[in-house]
Design a protein around this ligand. Structure first.
Ligand SMILES: [Zn+2]
Length: 352
């Protein structure tokens, strides 16, 4: 069968290979993969920055964002049967206390595995396997956009955690700032518009770009920070940092309202900065401000994402569909690895 593989640690090793079909274990479903989404993590894997092949394998099948049809599945209490459409979660738990309580996204040890990233093959192949306890059943009404569920789950977790933390006080957020208009940033914008917040999305593409239009179609405001500096945008009750730029993140810390909360979702490169940290800490104290990080998402956030997809489809028709900027065949995978200025989310379609 066809599989998109990388050799971990080797730059530009991505290729469409022929490999043997996987054989599911007693706790696994066999999945016929419909499509996978390609994201920054996949680019990093192909740069050799990280990635770990399963034990005994010289390669890693990529693809952690996916949508599949169940080809076969053992008897289960998840209500999933052959022919169902499913999205598998990415991370598989280890034996730490959080993992053992359904919070593998909060893993204490780092010994978890991740499909398509760390120690388990991904879903970028004609057939794939996943533990059936980590499959989310997809209703047909959102089938054409369900490949976006994994990036959505990351936004869902960040937003859920922010609101959860803010139960510490009476909090009626009005203005939200989303730094970065990649797929996770845009999906977070749709989500926060559902929650009724005024949403400002910032990035560096022009105001007539598709990303800008998508932010506006849900009633958000798009700001090109090349034309309008961040500091002119005022204060915000909730800030979601999704650019992964330490400089942008640092600038934005000063834009948080009293009692506000800021969530960091990027993977930041080492960056030294001569900031006045004393004034920053004073501002954090006097304003009761909260800063926190969020990574990955457990199955609960995937389920929340699905519910919100149904709502987003009703409130903002076509927006999720248009967040997928290109669908290509596996043979054309290089297109996904050389994004252009109109790219948002590229999806690779393996099977119908
Ligand atoms: Zn763990």
């Amino acid at each position: 069968m066809r599989a998109l593989t990388v050799t971990p640690g080797v730059k530009n090793s991505i290729k469409l290979a022929q490999i043997r079909e996987p054989v599911p274990t007693a706790s696994q479903a066999l999945l016929r993969v419909r499509e996978i989404g390609v994201c920054g993590t996949d680019m990093d894997l192909n740069q050799g920055f990280y990635g770990e092949a399963p034990p005994g394998s010289s390669y890693l099948v990529t693809g952690h964002e996916s949508l599949s049809t169940v080809e076969s599945i053992p008897k289960n209490d998840q209500g999933i049967s052959k022919g169902d459409l499913v999205v598998p979660t990415v991370r598989r738990p280890d034996d730490c206390i959080n993992c053992q309580h359904g919070e593998s996204d909060m893993c204490l040890t780092g010994n978890y595995k991740e499909h398509g990233i760390k120690g388990l093959h991904g879903f970028g192949s004609d057939l794939a396997v996943s533990d059936f306890n980590f499959l989310v059943k997809v209703p047909s009404e959102v089938a054409d956009v369900a490949v976006l569920l994994e990036p959505m789950s990351v936004g869902e977790k960040g937003v859920y955690q922010a609101f959860k933390i803010q139960e510490r006080l009476l909090w009626k957020p009005r203005r939200a700032l989303i730094l970065g208009a990649g797929p996770v940033g845009l999906l977070t914008a749709y989500l926060l518009r559902l929650k009724g917040l005024d949403v400002v999305v910032t990035a560096t593409r022009t105001k007539d770009s598709v990303k800008a239009q998508l932010a506006q179609r849900v009633g958000g405001t798009y700001v090109n920070t090349i034309e309008q500096p961040l500091q002119t945008l005022g204060k915000f009750d909730l800030i979601m940092e999704e650019t992964g730029s330490a400089q942008v993140a640092m600038q934005a810390t000063g834009m948080l309202n009293t009692n506000g909360i800021m969530c960091f979702l990027g993977i930041y490169a080492p960056t030294e900065a001569p900031e006045d940290i004393g004034s920053f800490y004073k501002d954090v104290v006097l304003g009761n401000k909260t800063f926190f990080g969020s990574v990955n998402a457990n199955i609960n956030y995937f389920r929340m994402g699905l519910k919100d997809f149904v709502e987003i489809q009703k409130r903002f028709p076509g927006v999720l569909r248009d967040t997928i900027s290109m669908r290509i065949a596996p043979e054309d995978f290089q297109k996904a690895y050389s994004p252009n200025k109109d790219s948002i989310k590229t999806v690779i379609r393996f099977n119908n």
